[in-house]
Design a protein around this ligand. Sequence first.
Ligand SMILES: Nc1ncnc2c1ncn2[C@@H]1O[C@H](COP(=O)(O)OP(=O)(O)OP(=O)(O)O)[C@@H](O)[C@H]1O
Length: 678
Amino acid sequence: MPELRSGARRSKRLDDLQPPPQPVDQAENWALPAQNRTRRRAGGRGRGNAAGVAKGPSVAVPSRPTAAGRGRGIRLIDLDPEPCQVLPHAEPLAVAEQAFNRVEVVADKDIAMEGRSPDKIVGVEEEASTTPVPETVQVGNSPVYRVERKLGKGGFGQVYVGRRTSGGSDRIGPDAIEVALKLEHRNSKGCNYGPPYEWQVYNSLNGCYGIPSVHYKGRQGDFYILVMDMLGPSLWDVWNNLGQSMSPNMAACIAVEAISILEKLHLKGFVHGDVKPENFLLGLPGSVDEKKLYLIDLGLASRWKDAQSGQHVDYDQRPDVFRGTVRYASVHAHLGRTGSRRDDLESLAYTLIFLIKGRLPWQGYQGDNKSFLVCKKKMATSPELMCCFCPAPFKLFLEAVTNMKFDEEPNYAKLISFFESLIEPCTPLRPIRIDGALKVGQKRGRLVINLEEDEQPKKKIRLGSPATQWISVYNARCPMKQRYHYNVADSRLHQHVEKGNEDGLFISCVASAANLWALIMDAGTGFSSQVYELSTVFLHKDWIMEQWEKNYYISSIAGANNGSSLVVMSKGTPYTQQSYKLSESFPFKWINKKWKEGFHVTSMTTAGSCWGVVMSRNSGFSDQVFICFRLYGRGTRLSVSKRRNTPAMGERLQNNIYGCDCRSSCLHTQHSKTKNDG
Ligand SMILES: Nc1ncnc2c1ncn2[C@@H]1O[C@H](COP(=O)(O)OP(=O)(O)OP(=O)(O)O)[C@@H](O)[C@H]1O
């Protein structure tokens, strides 16, 4: 049986992604839903103009059949080593703005280094990055600023400190001595049709709570320049400075303030579209605002509410479209669904968990189908697993936001209330100011609303209303291959594996009968590399240890009657730690002990009369049981059932059945490896 790699945390979503079950046939090709998507789709359609989606009259958009894209927000980042998936922009900003709104955006900005932030992309086009920035800046009726040190660089802009050459006494505001200057080259892909798209969003949002104020803007020479309040370190910087972790207390303060900022942004009709630690900045150090939180980078913002009609934009789904940053994007964004308020909140949940745990379970995937694999992993990871080692409020928050409907109005006050227990009552002690959250609370007369009261049965406006979501059925795009080889003699094994590897397949499962092997080779394992060993020694310790050292984990094992075994070890598994045990009786006690330590059985086999059981941490299982049948004389039949992240359903998926002749109960060696994935 091929091992299912995905659980059913959000089974409906998973159905969206996975091909329908089909019989496994020899050399059968399966359809893989869109994953190796167009690298750069030239002239992509604006999502807002999709049939039945656009609310206003359509505006002709100059077609550009090149990868250059259109308008600001054309986030084509040439140096991005990741798959650059290009997409049309989301909903129209307003009729007059549609020409700008038809934007193509490079979606994947997450370079996913282990334990590091997605690197900032340094890919503004060559000319844009090689043109020297001006020594002084004056745009509109702004004062003259001397361009000083660089504050940061994104895929689109470079941000510098601008120091007034004369006058100015304030720390922030239009008269500030120092400001942040965001420069975008006129030839950068975001500016092909005039000023950056982000400017329009700032126009609509200036003065919005938690969004930095823009005081002047204009073009000078080759650059479009925004003059804005200078801010302090990002949450990414803070997290780094704190040793790549953050206390739940601090994360809770961030949570309530960030929810509040998103609420205000959403009230203005926008969703941010790229919520992540790098885009939250604190106020200027030493200023009264140093503990205040700001949300920057509005280049991916879109309207969830039509500016004219005030109606929620229509639902649409374009599976070949992705916008955002892979690590923090919502599952809906991965699936190409129109962005709405729930997506910002889901990204916030991932941001918070990342800040506390220093890692998200889908970090580390590389390659052309990284976004697909990350999405699959997000869907398969239960809130329990996601939030282990995080206080309960974070799980509640994650569950609440991942269960939201497309057009559901978030209950911001309730979301904020989840974090009440973690917030220091005394204001000066709080690491982050929570003014916004207090304002949200004021609506209900206190910071935290009464949960029970709020959970009274509510009038469900959605009852009886037409469906607002559709489940897409994917047609074959990229072939997904699976091969089943059986009755394979030792001498033929290598040939099959080598051929499969050449065709991009890895071994997903092995078994043995009558000293012959069966193996399934699969294009959808998610592994990035694989080694295997056929040995006369059952689970050959030295070889396994050697591969562990190289960061391979055991992904499948099979033992033959003659005592030999086949061990397959892979990179790209979700596992973070692994142990295995050889035993002449089934090692119930050991399994029980390891369960308590967070391990689950991930493969097992017998060779002759000996059991080999492998247990792994971060297996994706939330629960596991085994049943032992003694059916055939002394023969033992054992079935391990795994519950894959579907606690609500209590579903148990049978994993495997093995046979063994158990004669004695002597315990053999036990080996383990701890790998720190940080
Ligand atoms: N007002 C500000 N004050 C201080 N630093 C800032 C300010 N705005 C931006 N920065 C710094 O500059 C970096 C780039 O800014 P920003 O994210 O707006 O650019 P971008 O090109 O749109 O980025 P991205 O590629 O993430 O979309 C930020 O990560 C931050 O470090």
